[in-house]
Write a protein that binds this ligand. Structure first.
Ligand code: ZN
Ligand code: ZN
Length: 694
């Protein structure tokens, strides 16, 4: 040895082999200091090397090294090299770059020490940890026997003490005379062992340092004073003690604790398999021989659009407050619920959250606004309306009610399994179909002037759908659901629960589910979509009626009402189910479906198309004129086209009723009306004057 301090009888100063040393880094020879490094320490233990603690806990050279005693270890380097040079023992010295640990908080260089410390002997309960883990429902399931299970199988003893000042003091007092160690379990015990003169101080004692360290106990073994050991607890021990600590158990709330343990469910990130999930599990097993939680939802890690982990340092995300202002907290919540399968890392971007706001929140909100707009025109009151139990009369009502029940079923089942993604995802599709299919297809039913059964059924159905949806989505989108619930329920019914969050969760009524109808409606939507694609391929817009749609499909058996929906949607005069298809038909097909369309435009069809275009222009003029949907109007038209003249003659009644027009005049020289505009209908210039009818 170069120096002969702290001489030991143990064999040391020789070359040996170790698998943590490679020739990829440095020379392939490493100096071992068992007191100052984990690998060093383990090898030292294995070879029974002496442990020289030449640096104290302040980072200064220890008093045993008299030559440099008290000098900070990094500052001693030069003096040691100088001294070695004087003795001609230094062959060469140079600076090399290598990795080194630094404090993550204050960036000070760190020194590793081997210390005496306190452990919980987890290895002794390892098998029980694995066994009781089988009682836990993990979402996603693979974590159970994967990351968590593997970690348990290799559970090591847990170092629970820390050599720092702040923290929960380790409640162990040590007698310096006989060495007896006393672990104090309560204030009562503390008082019991305290010296007579200190018993009174304990009542109001702050149980932290420095106050707790002033309490000297009397050694139950020899009667001499015992002092608290210096260590504090690993903060993970506190996290793991949450179920008991939060109830101040066992000193208080025995009943509450015993009736809520193990917890129904907890949720945290994947990294907690070694953290919180683990410490909860270890402590619960040691204390109660059972798990601390019955269900656990494990979240993946948040990544940005490019797949880089979200970090406060990189700021690679939109601030939540900013995004909530832009898209709302509900959109963010929906994104988190529905965006990514449970447990997988999720990619976060402002764009995706805003997309959820548009597709889900706005669509839902607009559906609600549609409903309230018409309901208030008609003074429709849910309290007075007959409840729709089985809406037999209209196939759309029957279908959306069935879809709603299927949604309840799907969401409830998924929630029961703690699969939040599967519970949340179908909402988007449902809201989309409610808006673009049910409401769009039912629009006319709300427009009708008379309050007949069909209109009432439409109101009651849409009302039921909207309020059921508020209850279904309340846990996922708590704000929009509450807002709509307040307006649609509380404002009508003072006896209703005052908040959607106080309502019972909807229960499925399977008698309303008609799977055949749902799958037929899927087919209808598919046919409509394909036929629309055919129209746009030849540039014939949907307002222009066409003669015939022919479809062919295996096992296609559509009710009359569903065929009518297709006919209206595609705007054809008739629909035929047939295998024979003329050559000039446009066609598109999938594996089990062929949709074809006759593109021939007759004079008659052209005239009807003109009228449809005209109606559309008049409707948009109504809006521009600031008229309400229910206002009746008078119209003046001016144009030069024999074709349009005869079209108007032919379709006069239709035109009047579609536009709520009481008086329609075709003029020769000028139009009158409080609002005037002009436009083209199939290349015919039209001047229009519009005024509100008295
Ligand atoms: Zn630091
Ligand atoms: Zn003692």
């Amino acid at each position: 040895p170069l120096y002969n301090v702290m001489a030991s009888d143990k064999k040391s100063h020789y070359v040996t082999l170790a698998d943590f040393v490679t020739n990829q880094e440095g020379t392939g020879i490493v100096h071992i200091a068992p007191a100052f490094g984990e690998d060093d320490f383990n090898l030292g233990k294995q070879l029974d090397l002496p442990i020289y603690r030449t640096v104290d806990e302040e980072g200064r050279i220890a008093k045993e090294v008299s030559q440099w005693m008290g000098i900070f270890v990094k500052e001693a380097d030069n003096q040691i090299m100088e001294e070695l040079t004087q003795r001609s023992l230094l062959y060469r010295h140079e600076k090399i770059k290598h990795t080194y640990p630094f404090c993550w908080r204050c960036d000070s260089p760190l020194l590793s020490y081997s210390l005496k410390t306190w452990f919980i002997k987890v290895s002794e309960v390892r098998e029980r940890l694995v066994e009781t883990n089988m009682q836990i429902n993990w979402v996603p399931e693979h974590v159970k026997e994967g990351r968590f299970g593997n970690w348990l199988e290799n559970a090591r003893d847990w170092n629970v003490s820390r050599n720092r000042y702040w923290g929960t003091p380790l409640p162990i007092w040590e007698c310096h005379d006989c060495g007896h160690q006393l672990c104090v379990g309560s204030l009562e015990e503390l008082k019991q062992y305290a010296a007579e003169s200190q018993k009174n101080d304990i009542e109001d004692l702050d149980l932290h340092r420095p106050f707790i360290d002033d309490i000297k106990l009397l050694c139950p073994n020899c009667g001499k004073p015992a002092v608290r050991v210096e260590e504090v607890l690993d903060c993970w021990f506190e996290s793991g003690s949450m179920p008991y600590a939060q109830e101040h158990y066992p000193f208080e709330n025995k009943y509450e604790f015993e009736n809520s343990f193990p917890a129904d469910f907890i949720a945290e990130g994947m990294d907690q398999t070694r953290g919180w999930f683990y410490t909860l599990h270890v402590i619960a097993n040691i204390l109660f021989d059972k798990p601390a939680f019955s269900n656990v939802i494990v979240n993946g890690i948040g990544l940005d659009e490019k797949g880089v982990k979200l970090s406060k340092r990189l700021r690679n995300y939109t601030e939540p407050e900013v995004l909530m202002d832009k898209a709302g907290a509900d959109a963010m919540r929906y994104f988190f619920f529905a965006g990514t399968p449970m447990g997988e890392d999720w990619r976060f971007s402002e764009k995706l959250v805003i997309e959820k706001m548009r597709k889900v929140l706005m669509t839902w909100w607009n559906s609600y606004v549609f409903f309230t707009t018409y309901a208030s025109i008609d003074d429709w009151d849910p309290q007075k309306a007959p409840e729709v139990k089985a809406p037999e009369q209209n196939v759309l009502d029957k279908w959306i009610m069935s879809r709603l029940q299927s949604l309840i079923n799907q969401m409830t089942e998924s929630f029961e399994r703690y699969d939040l993604t599967k519970a949340a995802r179908p909402i988007e599709g449902f809201i989309n179909e409610m808006s673009t299919w049910y409401i769009r297809r039912s629009r006319r039913r709300f427009w009708k002037t008379e309050n007949d059964d069909d209109k009432n059924s439409a109101y009651s159905t849409l009302y039921t759908v909207l309020i059921t949806l508020t209850k279904l989505t309340a846990p996922i989108m708590p704000f929009i659901s509450e807002e709509i619930y307040q307006d649609l329920v509380v404002s009508f019914d003072p006896s209703a629960p005052e908040s959607v969050h106080l309502c019972l969760y909807p229960e499925v009524d399977t008698s309303l589910i008609d799977q055949q109808l749902e799958s037929n409606m899927d087919k209808v939507q598919q046919i409509v979509e394909m036929a629309r694609a055919l129209r746009s391929k030849v540039g014939i817009k949907i307002r222009q009626p066409l003669k015939e749609l022919r479809i062919w499909a295996e096992d296609l058996n559509l009710e009359q009402e569903l065929e009518e929906i297709i006919i209206e949607e595609i705007n054809v005069k008739k629909m035929v189910v047939a295998e024979q298809i003329p050559d000039y038909y446009l066609s598109q097909e999938t594996d089990d479906l062929k949709v074809t369309l006759d593109p021939t435009l007759t004079e008659e069809l052209k005239r009807e198309g003109m009228i449809r275009d005209l109606v559309r222009e008049i409707q948009s003029a109504r809006k521009k004129a600031g008229l309400q949907i229910e206002d009746h109007i008078n119209l003046d038209l001016l144009f030069e086209s024999a074709e349009l003249t005869s079209a108007i003659q032919e379709w006069r009644e239709y035109l009047l009723s579609e536009t709520l027009c009481q008086d329609l005049k075709v003029q020769d020289d000028h139009v009158s009306g409080s609002f005037q505009t002009d436009f083209e209908v199939q290349r015919v210039q039209v001047k229009l004057g519009i005024s509100k009818a008295s």
